[in-house]
Design a protein around this ligand. Structure first.
Ligand code: ATP
Ligand code: MG
Length: 151
């Protein structure tokens, strides 16, 4: 289905906004023109809820999360950046593995099953897209999603 990305992302933001407010984490959506994508809205809702849930879960109060949308060459680039605890270089290769959770003791306190990211990756790849991660321990994390623009 052809989806208006602006409307879709605004809807995702309004879904999670109260949780962000509760923890005093800012949530900024930056999108400077209309974009359309061919995607399964329910599946992509799962993608964004998962990534925003992680961004919030692994951030401290009085930090920000940014959702940026740009066009690079012929692809739509959506990034979700947090200023949270980050992931060490050593652990990064494993985060896409099913049930993998960084620092089990730390993670147990925040809950979760470690299924979020493998599902996110599978949904994006089934739409012909890619997802990459950039992270620095103690600095924050960015997830980059690349998708073809819908005709
Ligand atoms: P679930 O999503 O199933 O509730 P989870 O959040 O622990 O559990 P994933 O979403 O798959 O599982 O993430 C895997 C691990 O990657 C997490 O346990 C966490 O350690 C790390 N991680 C994911 N996103 C972030 C982030 N934004 N900042 C820091 N660490 C992250
Ligand atoms: Mg998660």
């Amino acid at each position: 289905k052809r989806v208006n990305l602006n409307l879709f992302l605004n809807r995702m933001v309004s879904k999670v906004k109260s949780l962000f407010d509760e923890k005093k984490v800012g949530l900024q959506l930056m999108i400077n023109r209309e974009f359309h994508l061919n995607l399964d809205e329910n599946r992509f809702e799962q993608v964004f809820i998962n990534l925003l849930d992680n961004a919030l879960k692994y951030s401290e109060s009085n930090t920000n999360v940014y959702i940026n949308v740009n066009k690079i060459n012929k692809q739509i680039h959506i990034s979700i950046t947090d200023e949270g605890e980050g992931i060490s270089e050593r652990e990064l290769p494993y985060i896409w593995d099913r049930l993998y959770r960084v620092d089990k003791s730390r993670s147990r306190a925040t809950g979760g099953s470690g299924l979020g990211l493998p599902i996110v990756k599978e949904i994006i790849e089934r739409h012909g897209g890619q997802i990459t991660i950039n992270s620095k321990l103690g600095k924050g994390t960015t997830f980059n999603i690349f998708l073809e623009e819908g005709k």
